[in-house]
Design a binder for this molecule. Structure first.
Ligand code: 6R9
Length: 652
């Protein structure tokens, strides 16, 4: 942002106080902010005692070699013991850990006692395959219980896991196997997506023909679809039901150092090869357990938690696996898509299991808005008491819709900002404390230090925009980029001295609350003003005919960049309606001011998204500037780009 800081365009005046009953019983009260402010490290040392340590840590933070942090370094613990065994030892073996719902409608329930047996068997199987503490295991599975069991089995024996989204190609898988130098791959014959079995094993076979994957000795294969006639490499491939099922269901977990690696998770970034984000054991689990308890106000005896993310995304790692299970929660795990076999599938699941806390992404909320209010209205959603959002800035209109149509106008909505790199939630309202504002993640959690700075690293005044930075280390922070300390320094710690650069634009409102404005790479420069993609998108989504919008800056001879908007219309709107584009431009002008009016508005049927639901604006910029498309390998569905290009004679 070389010229002006981000223009502060969007005004959102709606406010929602926490429900009195929830506030009175909340796990965390306003006092936590004071306590953490007075003694940040003492606060985190206290949160570490939520866990069960074999050796209690006496040190909290070692920051003697910044930015390489060590948290609780002299403590020792086992993550799987904390997520499973200790609950069984505490008499909670019969509590349901996971209600699994397969896309075809098959179901499976796992209590904590059953989970303990499954994880022990899988740990014994990995040991039989020769996996030792420190060896990396790649996991390429659909959203089935074996994914959770595999992750916990790796954690149990100290073998860092590296999950690769089931939707990624053989190439993407090979790159990740190679970079982490994985020894074993856990996969399945396939999974169900949109009502059909979709094969996975062929991508593994193909990936393992690529150079750099030679160290993979074994491929452990779960039979999920049973319908594929799959290729088999004797001596390398082994069925889960043969190997795991024959193991003893007893395994004694061993403790590891707090800084022992727990997992590597690859995040794509816009350029260069994917970054292997490394997370470790004690600090990670402390922050994930605390944030899950605080942000979702989890009452493990009565709540039913559901995070709709894929386990292959960091949200699935932290808020399907490690957060809920470390807290002894009962949760839902759903394999499929929200619209299979019908557009009410999620709401049917909420009703069926009595889900009380739902955590999802703005993309899903906008899709539900597009499909219509009448769909969720057919289901009993009265069990819900807290709604969460993650992944992108949530447009105020989508936030208000979520609260009204899913939360019956009663439930708090927590918009949680964080990243693969932060490991856990960093900025979010607390449901029993914060008066919420639609579209804002608002304030750093207790124990977290975040602010907004200008180009010269000076904190901006309220009412101004700039870059989001984290100013103090936090327990679940990434420790490095796997095998590349220099890239860790360059990417996150060199833009501003002693501050972590998140890569997101943000502003502080008049109360000092933080609003996220999209990736800095996406910010537009129009006639000397930095304008946020998020604000223009939110203005478009606030028009009753628009369901979704993606905005990019395309090179323009007069104004440096011109705003180009791709919009998906709501069900009953007509893309060919005369005057529609002018009406939308005028609407944005009225909401944000004339500078933010898009030069071009193009109605489309779909937008390019990653598997975690983020809009890939970079590809839309390629379209708007008539360039050949860049890397499309992390798209959910690469045919979307062809569709957009054929729909857009206007863009050429
Ligand atoms: C958890 C996750 C991180 C990037 C992050 C930001 C965007 C996530 C957000 C949000 C605004 C929120 N992001 N949550 N932006 N408001 N509540 O998404 O991790 O996949 O690594 O993405 O996602 O741009 O920098 P990851």
């Amino acid at each position: 942002m070389s010229n002006e800081s981000l223009a502060n365009l969007l005004k959102e005046e709606r406010r929602f106080a926490p429900p009195a009953g929830l506030a009175a019983e909340a796990n965390v009260s306003a006092e936590a902010y004071e306590r953490a402010k007075a003694d940040r490290l003492g606060f985190w040392a206290e949160q570490a005692r939520r866990l069960s340590w074999e050796t209690e840590p006496t040190e909290t933070l070692d920051w003697s070699n910044p930015p390489f942090a060590k948290w609780f370094a002299d403590g020792r613990l086992n993550v799987a013991y904390n997520c499973v065994d200790r609950h069984v030892e505490n008499g909670l073996g019969d509590r349901v850990a996971i209600h699994f719902e397969g896309e075809p409608g098959d179901t499976r329930t796992l209590t904590y006692a059953e989970l303990q047996r499954e994880v022990s068997k899988a740990a014994n199987a990995l040991i039989e395959l020769g996996v030792e503490a420190g060896d990396r295991v790649a996991i390429y599975l659909p959203m089935i219980p074996e994914a959770v069991v595999s992750m916990l089995a790796c954690a149990r024996i100290g073998a860092p896991h590296s999950l690769v989204f089931g939707g990624f190609s053989a190439d993407a898988l090979a790159t990740r196997i190679n970079d982490a130098d994985a020894r074993v791959v856990i996969t399945a014959d396939g999974g169900y997506r949109r009502g059909k079995p979709s094969a996975l094993k062929p991508a593994v076979d193909e990936a393992l023909t690529r150079p750099g994957t030679e160290n993979v000795r074994s491929v452990l294969v779960v039979r999920r679809t049973g319908q594929e006639d799959i290729a088999w490499t004797d001596g390398r491939d082994v069925w889960w039901h043969d190997l795991v099922e024959s193991q003893s269901d007893q395994h004694t977990p061993q403790a590891f150092d707090a800084e022992h690696p727990l997992f590597i998770l690859y995040t794509s970034g816009t350029t260069g090869k994917p970054k292997g984000i490394l997370h470790t054991t004690g600090g990670y689990l402390t922050q994930i357990s605390y944030t899950h308890h605080a942000v979702f106000d989890l009452k493990p005896e009565t709540d039913v938690f559901w995070c709709t993310a894929d386990v292959g995304w960091v949200t699935g790692h932290s808020y399907i696996v490690y957060g809920p299970l470390s807290n002894g929660a009962t949760e839902v795990l759903y394999e499929g898509t929200p619209d299979s076999p019908h557009q009410g599938r999620w709401w049917e699941i909420v009703q069926k299991y009595g889900v009380t806390i739902l955590y999802t992404a703005p993309t899903a909320i906008r899709a539900a808005m597009k499909w219509g209010d009448d769909i969720p209205a057919k289901f009993d959603l009265s069990s819900l008491r807290i709604l969460g959002s993650v992944g992108e800035p949530i447009n105020p209109e989508a936030w208000v819709w979520y609260r009204k149509h899913i939360g019956a106008g009663r439930t708090p909505v927590v918009d949680t900002w964080w990243q693969t790199e932060t490991g856990g939630i960093m900025i979010s309202p607390l449901p029993g404390v914060t008066e919420t504002k639609p579209g804002s993640a608002q304030i750093p959690l207790p124990g977290i230090a975040a602010t907004v700075v200008d180009d010269d690293a000076r904190e901006v005044a309220n009412g101004h925009g700039g870059y989001l930075v984290l100013t103090e280390p936090w327990p679940s922070m990434l420790r490095t980029i796997w095998g590349d300390d220099q890239r860790y320094l360059d990417t996150y710690w060199s833009r501003f001295e002693h501050k972590y650069f998140a890569g997101d634009g943000a502003k502080k409102d008049d109360d000092g609350d933080i609003w996220l404005l999209g990736r800095v790479d996406d910010v537009m420069l129009v006639s000397g003003h930095n304008i946020s993609t998020t604000e223009v998108e939110s203005a478009l989504v606030s028009h009753p005919k628009v369901a979704e919008a993606a905005v990019v800056g395309a090179t323009d001879p007069q104004t440096t960049q011109a705003i180009c908007a791709f919009v998906i219309l709501r069900g009953d709107a007509d893309a060919n309606e005369e005057g529609l584009v002018e009406e939308l431009r005028a609407h944005v002008g009225k909401q944000l001011g004339p500078i933010a009016k898009p030069k071009r508005i193009l109605p489309v049927a779909e937008l390019p998204k990653t598997r975690s639901g983020k809009i890939m604006r970079r590809l839309l910029r390629d379209v708007a500037e008539n360039r050949t498309l860049g890397d499309v390998t992390t798209l959910t569905d690469s045919s979307v780009m062809t569709l957009i290009q054929t729909q857009l004679p206007a863009a050429s």
